[in-house]
Design a binder for this molecule. Structure first.
Ligand SMILES: [Zn+2]
Length: 569
């Protein structure tokens, strides 16, 4: 019988999260046992660090035990429920993974479904290790989880209280701000009774120099206030999660509704009755302006919130042409100031002469640009900041230089010692003085040898790191196929996800310009131009994976490569 894969489990739980988040030691234990059983491995032992507030590796005794047992080759694989249980951040993960690998121990994760005995598993391990941004996310998540616990028990308030309220830290409750309450009633009056448009209400409030939570009023804010059920005491929080969209001029984070069970109802004092509030809602429903084109055509225009006119710097709208006989329409992106809308005339601004841009044309360009990021034509360029080979090279050079220096010093001190020894045999020598010099020389030699050893250690560490970087690079080169699979899945995303994806991958708005026919070369057509910056955003991949929209682990023709896996029967 060939050797079976021996797997150890590792679990960690902090007291704060244990109860609420369903990640108790027992849950984790069961998940690990299941996972190991399913893989047909042999469970050796489960190591558990419980109730420790510090998550640093050094302060987790069982992790230390695990590392030491790994050195003793007591198992081949360590299984944990999710990455963040095992390592605090990507760097720590990389370090631990590297150290363990030296002892022939690999890592497996239940949640991320990382199985190092498969090709895909290896690839995912690599991807995850490279996602340094993940580190950032984990920290944020941990902080958020801790806050959530306090929030659920109404002991804290996250974010801004709604207009009209403030958080009383001592009493730990939301209390009404009297003058803001008055403004609320005024808004309701202006809207329901005076029939003012939300925009006009905002203008009036701004004219009076009033502030809404330190910001200026606009129709969005007024609308939000009018529709918020908190004013009849029904304050629902934690309904949304914000996903980073593109940054820069006028772009926002995307708001996504969470599972209903996650919502928290916060006790709050009502300032209108439920029937009064219902009345307001009726009015907003009635006066809602229904846009001419809603639904499919606008939805399809997935660049609608990221385009900026390169001529005048303003946002661009979607415009849908009239319907043709076959039911199809032409879609355009149009500079906000290109049209003759009431707003743009009112603003007395000069009309912008950016032509209407055919939507399909610009969408194709932007999409191709974003997607090119997933073709591994040049991994070093994409993940350059993670490779950072220059820093390594500099360190290697520095250590090599200091090694040379210490070696030279050592040679001269050895020569000195020789001279001193020779002196001992001469008759006219002051022996005491000579012994003193010899002792000093010995001390110096010991010191230099120490420094030399240190420098050599450091050098080999950096050389090792450089070698590792090269390996990672090679890894990407080899796994081009895997990235292609991701590419193909993303390329098939439907429109809402496509919009989300593009927004997440952009590092700033897309500026749209126009190139006119050249007089010199009249045969060249006019066309739209784009300027865009793209960043690699692993969070969006993670999210789409979690939602089942894409699968990182789809390679069903996975062939097991580790020789150990074959002998499991
Ligand atoms: Zn413009």
């Amino acid at each position: 019988m060939k050797a079976q894969i021996k797997a150890a489990g590792y679990i960690r739980v902090s007291t704060a999260i244990q109860v609420t988040e369903g990640e108790s030691l027992d849950t984790q234990k069961l998940q690990i046992i299941d996972f190991i059983k399913q893989k047909g491995w042999e469970l050796t032992k489960i190591y558990s660090d419980e109730g420790l507030s510090g998550t640093k590796a050094e302060s987790r005794p069982q992790l230390q035990q695990l590392r030491s047992d790994a050195r003793d080759k007591q198992f081949n694989i360590i299984v944990f429920t999710k990455l963040s249980r095992f390592a605090r951040n990507a760097r720590e993960y990389m370090n631990l993974a590297y150290e363990l690998e030296q002892n022939g121990v690999q890592l497996a994760s239940v949640k991320e479904n990382i199985d190092p005995t498969t090709q895909t598993g290896k690839m995912i391990t690599g991807i995850l290790a490279l996602f340094a941004e993940w580190e950032h996310e984990t920290i944020r998540e941990q902080m958020y989880e801790n806050k959530m616990i306090r929030w659920r028990s109404n002991r804290t308030f996250i974010g801004k209280p709604p207009f009209g309220y403030k958080w009383n830290k001592e009493k730990k409750e939301l209390e009404v701000v009297p003058n803001e309450e008055a403004i609320y009633h005024e808004i309701v009056k202006m809207y329901c009774e005076q029939g003012l448009a939300m925009r006009d209400i905002a203008i009036k409030l701004n004219e009076r120099g009033l502030k809404c939570k330190r910001a200026v009023w606009n129709s969005g804010v007024v609308s939000y206030i009018l529709k918020n059920p908190c004013y009849y005491g029904h304050y629902v929080v934690n309904q949304f999660v914000y996903v980073d969209g593109i940054k820069g001029a006028g772009t926002k984070r995307t708001k996504i509704r969470k599972k209903e069970s996650e919502a928290i109802i916060f006790p709050i004092r009502a300032i209108v009755t439920k029937p009064e509030w219902d009345k307001i809602q009726e009015t907003t429903q009635f006066r809602k302006i229904i846009p001419k084109h809603t639904g499919k055509d606008t939805m399809e225009s997935f660049l609608r919130s990221v385009l900026i006119c390169d001529k005048c710097g303003s946002r661009m709208n979607v415009r849908i042409g009239s319907k043709r006989k076959d039911g199809s329409v032409n879609r355009y992106y149009v500079c906000y100031y290109a049209g003759t809308s009431k707003k743009s005339i009112e603003s007395k601004r000069q009309k912008c002469d950016l032509p209407y841009i055919k939507a399909t044309e610009i969408e194709r360009t932007v999409w191709a640009n974003v997607m090119s990021h997933f073709l591994m034509d040049d991994p070093e360029k994409k993940f350059g900041h993670l490779f950072d080979s220059e820093k390594n090279e500099n360190s290697i050079l520095n250590f090599k230089n200091s090694i040379l220096k210490w070696e030279a010093d050592l040679t001269s001190k050895n020569r000195e010692r020789e001279r001193l020894f020779n002196g001992l045999s001469r008759e006219d020598t002051n022996t005491n003085e000579l012994w003193e010099k010899l002792r000093k020389n010995m001390d110096e030699i010991l010191y230099i040898e120490g420094r030399l050893k240190e420098a050599k250690n450091e050098l080999s560490k950096f050389e090792e790191a450089q070698k590792r970087q090269k390996e990672i690079y090679e890894f990407y080169k080899k796994n081009e196929r895997g990235f292609e699979t991701i590419y193909n899945q993303i390329d098939k995303l439907d429109f809402p996800d496509r919009k989300l994806f593009v927004e997440a991958m952009l590092d700033g708005p897309v500026r749209v310009g126009y190139k006119y026919k050249d007089n010199k070369y009249p045969e060249c057509p006019s066309y739209a131009t784009t300027k865009l910056k793209i960043k690699f955003n692993p969070e969006i991949l993670q999210r789409l994976t979690n939602e089942g929209k894409i699968k990182l682990n789809i390679n069903s023709s996975d062939h097991h490569t580790s020789p150990d896996t074959r002998g499991s029967s």
